[in-house]
Design a protein around this ligand. Structure first.
Ligand SMILES: *[C@@H]1O[C@H](CO)[C@@H](O)[C@H](O)[C@H]1NC(C)=O
Ligand SMILES: *[C@@H]1O[C@H](CO)[C@@H](O)[C@H](O)[C@H]1NC(C)=O
Ligand SMILES: *[C@@H]1O[C@H](CO)[C@@H](O)[C@H](O)[C@H]1NC(C)=O
Length: 423
């Protein structure tokens, strides 16, 4: 009995300590997490065919909200998940934009749209999306811990006469019956019999594979005589959010690209450094032991200045097949996040052998991983190069809070002269 009362006393002390050390704990938002399941318009595919399209004004939570997660997958007409070896999800991207109200409905008019891009850091609006992943979609966590969220739909941020909308870009490759599934998913130009890019311009010399060879309506080579039905698929996406209030601590979205060729030396001279994200790169096979190259690793690195720092709340890398994992380092080699590629080992959707079906994420304890203003970050992406890979990617997606909750609450709820305005 005495043990029990001692335990009670200890837990009471702990509770008291918690209450005293976190005076703002009762200030947590009471808003409930809402969930919606949406479907993209129809995605029609024939064996070997490529689908690459933008859908404008997609279904999305409306109003001033804080986004808490975004998950997606390809499903067929009956709602069954489609495995990657039938339809490879090269990527999907969700972009926020503003459109003049007078032009609602005329979605083909994209000139008047203003993309609302993330916080960077590539050139112009390259990689400006809010959300986006590829084959690893099903197995990658995207939840944002409380009290953080991605703020969207704030009327104060929407120009007069405009409305906030969302667009979806889907790039899917139907690999039923193709001669080489890996080659088709890596967009090897010879397999697509493509010599000009999507704009009709000749491919640059030596361009062997990548986005410029697997654009909309191209066809990857099929096994002789293969016939398969046309399929209608949908991207099913699940969005979680809460209504916005001052208790939500906003996050900024950053996407870093290992192909960014910015020279650090450029930046001392200018406030707007010349980022040049290429998005894709090739991995040459290792030469050391071509007959038995097992275990060869291709390492690509780049260093970039991170202008406005903050606390890392979430981080994840994006790689294509062959990817092993990657690390984002701060100055002096401090590890900010290591994100590893997980491969499937079965034959069902979400566990497809040979495909990246998920990527590990980093959720540092808020406050424990801080990037300082102007800190030089280094990206390191590893790919297996036992064989050659074309059109691979190396992106790091970061959610950064510029204030921790107590700092945020101090600035938003600091005692004011009028006591009645307190929370
Ligand atoms: C490849 O394209 C060329 C013309 O660009 C065409 O003559 C040839 O028949 C095509 N081959 C296949 C297998 O489709
Ligand atoms: C990437 O390769 C380098 C060099 O071999 C190694 O030091 C690092 O640990 C690897 N990183 C990951 C995430 O596998
Ligand atoms: C994937 O499938 C294999 C083979 O059936 C099984 O051994 C493995 O546990 C599965 N992995 C997951 C994460 O379900």
């Amino acid at each position: 009995m005495s043990f029990a009362s001692e335990d009670m006393a200890i837990s009471l002390a702990i509770v008291l300590l918690l209450v005293l050390s976190t005076p703002c704990s009762s200030w947590k938002t009471q808003n409930k997490i809402k969930t919606a399941v949406y479907h993209s318009p129809m995605i029609e595919l024939m064996p070997g065919s490529v689908f690459y399209k933008y859908y404008y004004d997609i279904d999305f939570p409306r109003g001033h909200v804080a986004l808490k997660s975004f998950n997606a997958e390809l499903v067929d007409e009956s709602g069954n998940p489609v495995p990657l070896y039938e339809t490879y999800l090269h990527h999907w991207v969700v972009v926020r934009y503003h459109q003049p109200k007078s032009e609602l409905g005329s979605n083909s008019i994209v000139e008047s749209q203003i993309d609302v891009i993330n916080s960077g850091i590539c050139q112009q609006n390259v990689l400006g999306q809010y959300f986006g992943l590829g084959s690893e979609t099903r197995g990658t966590a995207t939840d944002i811990p409380d009290p953080f969220g991605i703020e969207v739909g704030n009327p104060a941020d929407i120009p007069e006469g405009y409305e906030e909308k969302w667009k979806l870009n889907v790039h899917a490759i139907d690999t039923r019956g193709v001669v080489d599934k890996t080659g088709c998913t890596e967009c090897r130009c010879d397999l697509y019999n493509v010599t000009v890019n999507e704009k009709g311009k000749p491919l640059s010399p030596g361009y062997a594979g990548g986005m410029h060879c697997c654009y909309d309506q191209t066809l990857c080579r099929l096994k002789t005589g293969f016939k398969g039905p046309k399929r209608s698929l949908y991207m099913r996406y699940v969005v979680k959010w809460i209504d916005w209030d001052e208790f939500v601590v906003p996050l900024k979205i950053y996407i870093l690209d290992v192909t960014d060729t910015l020279k650090i030396s450029d930046t001392s001279l200018t406030d707007s450094p010349n980022h040049d994200c290429q998005i894709e790169y090739d991995v040459d096979p290792c030469k050391t032991n071509p007959n038995n190259g097992n275990g060869c690793v291709h390492v690509k690195r780049t260093s970039l200045p991170f202008q406005k720092g903050g606390y890392v709340i979430y981080a994840v890398a994006h790689q294509h097949a062959g990817g092993i994992g990657s690390t984002l380092y701060g100055e002096e080699g401090r590890v900010i996040c290591t994100s590893m590629a997980n491969y499937g080992s079965g034959d069902n959707a979400g566990n497809e052998s040979g495909y990246i079906v998920g990527t590990s994420t980093c959720y540092p304890k808020p406050g424990s991983v801080k990037i300082i203003n102007g800190e030089k970050l280094t990206l390191e992406f590893n790919y297996s190069n036992n064989i050659r890979h074309t059109g691979v990617m190396g992106l790091f997606y970061l959610l950064v809070a510029e204030q921790l909750p107590h700092e945020h609450y101090l600035t938003h709820f600091s005692p004011s002269p009028s006591p009645s305005s307190g929370i």
